[in-house]
Design a binder for this molecule. Structure first.
Ligand code: SF4
Length: 450
């Protein structure tokens, strides 16, 4: 979400004639779009501002203006001026479109502006803004805010209550991006599965089907979405994952990220998650029954207040039972302002890290097994760029280029193209899978498909 917000900020300021520069030393305007999902991220944003404040002092009359936005701006409001008096303005998650005005005022010398009110309009209407040529992948906000109350989460306070855009507006937005060359959209929201305006006959599966059927979206190849809550992950949505010949949504990527957070119902209850493990597992079984090719990933927190060894073992058992393709696991840390911050953080840090290590090792073994089943297959990849680890070719004494991309089921594939081939970034290519680890697949390119 923050990444999409940054893209929007870039486009809004681009419309005012501003250009991105390579380093803060060259900048006239410095913006920090801060995340608060964990307290560490919030501290990072604040200390980054502190660093830029020092730069501001050093540059004397040529000093840049500095703004703080995102969830950190939304939460901090004017309190942050006490800590960082050099800061010029603070804006929130609902006031991004006011950024050109804030910057203009700050450049004219107006200090300590604060714009962090939530939009009082119950309707949510917007257009995706991307400056220049958008590339082949783009984010599209379909809803914002969250009506859930997970005890560890600050998001309902930083993003406000749920509001959904109209279906027509979203489809028009996607169609416009497709006409500009976008081939993969990620539909965004805090809980996209609960998409739909009150009193309207709208829901998320309906939106997916409407995008899929719109003739203006014919060239779109993949629809992804994030994030989801298990409570709202309906059987109707599971049906969208069926192969197209069996009534599925043809452009829906075969990947699902469904955060479960813990394998213990007792801990889920303390987390205020409103779902139970038996229901989560039932839905995963249904999904795999409809389409076993769908890649599934999840989020997990270990060491939540009150988590016993027995609770942790239930989480380990869940990994074995579901067989996730990948997990994003974290050791619990208190987030001030949440209900969980008032609970007794009774699992020692060493215990949290031990559990985290055990969980990650267990998952790596599961991922390795699941990934190995792909060896020998041909898979279509959307290339994201050069592989981080380009040792694949070198290890074989080859001088071919090594690229990295993702399958429809969101598996990372590092693959070799022939020496001297064209730039493959943002292209779809067919790859023969030749190897697998617990983190990625390896392969060799067969041909460019589009
Ligand atoms: S559903 Fe997600 S965004 Fe909403 S409160 Fe829970 S963790 Fe936070």
């Amino acid at each position: 979400m923050n990444e999409a917000d940054s893209v929007r900020m870039h486009a809004l300021l681009g419309d005012e004639g501003m250009l991105a520069c390579k380093c803060p030393e060259e900048a006239d305007v410095i913006l920090v779009n801060g995340c608060t999902v964990r307290d560490k991220a919030r501290h990072k944003a604040i200390s980054a501002i502190g660093g830029y404040a020092a730069l501001r002092r050093d540059r004397g009359a040529m000093r840049p203006v500095i703004g703080l936005g995102g969830c950190v701006g939304q939460l901090e409001k004017d309190a942050v001026f006490k800590r960082i008096p050099e800061l010029d303005f603070v804006f929130g998650t609902d006031t991004i479109d006011q950024l050109p005005l804030l910057v203009k005022n700050a450049l004219a010398g107006l200090r300590r502006q604060v714009m962090t009110d939530f939009d009082a309009d119950p309707a949510y209407s917007t257009m995706t803004r991307i400056s220049g040529v958008p590339g082949v992948r783009a984010y599209v906000n379909i809803m914002k805010g969250c009506n859930k109350h997970c005890s560890f989460c600050i998001v309902p306070q930083t993003r406000g209550p749920e509001k959904s855009r109209s279906m027509d507006e979203i489809i028009g937005d996607v169609a416009s991006l497709v006409s500009r060359g976008v081939r993969e959209v990620t539909l965004l929201g805090q809980n996209v599965n609960s998409y739909g305006r009150p009193g309207k006959n709208e829901n998320f599966p309906g939106l997916l089907r409407a995008i899929d059927a719109d003739p203006r979206c014919l060239l779109l190849k993949r629809i992804r979405f994030t994030s989801s809550h298990p409570w709202d992950f309906s059987e109707e949505l599971i049906g969208c994952y069926a192969p197209p010949a069996r009534g599925g949504v043809s452009r829906l990527a075969w990947h699902l990220h469904l955060p479960v957070q813990s394998g213990s119902d007792r801990i889920l209850s303390l987390m205020g998650r409103d779902h139970e493990i038996s229901d989560y597992v039932r839905k995963m079984d249904l999904l795999r029954g409809i389409n076993p090719e769908v890649g599934v990933s999840t989020d997990l927190i270990v060491g939540f207040p009150g988590e016993t060894e027995q609770d942790f073992r239930a989480t380990e058992a869940l990994l074995d039972r579901v067989g996730f393709d990948s997990i994003f696991a974290f050791a619990y840390s208190q987030r001030p302002g949440t209900r969980a911050a008032g609970m007794n953080d009774d699992v020692p840090q060493s215990g949290k890290l031990r559990r985290l290590g055990l969980l990650l090792a267990r998952q790596e073994a599961i991922s390795s097994q699941r990934y190995a089943t792909r060896i020998g297959r041909e898979m279509e990849i959307l290339v994201e760029g050069c592989a981080k680890n380009s040792g694949l070719a070198a290890a074989r004494g080859l001088r071919a280029a090594v690229w990295s991309g993702r399958t429809t089921c969101n598996r990372v594939v590092n693959f070799m193209s022939g020496a001297g081939t064209e730039d493959l970034k943002d292209r779809f290519v067919l790859v023969s899978i030749t190897g697998a680890t617990g983190l990625s697949l390896q392969g060799e390119m067969i041909r460019v498909t589009s």
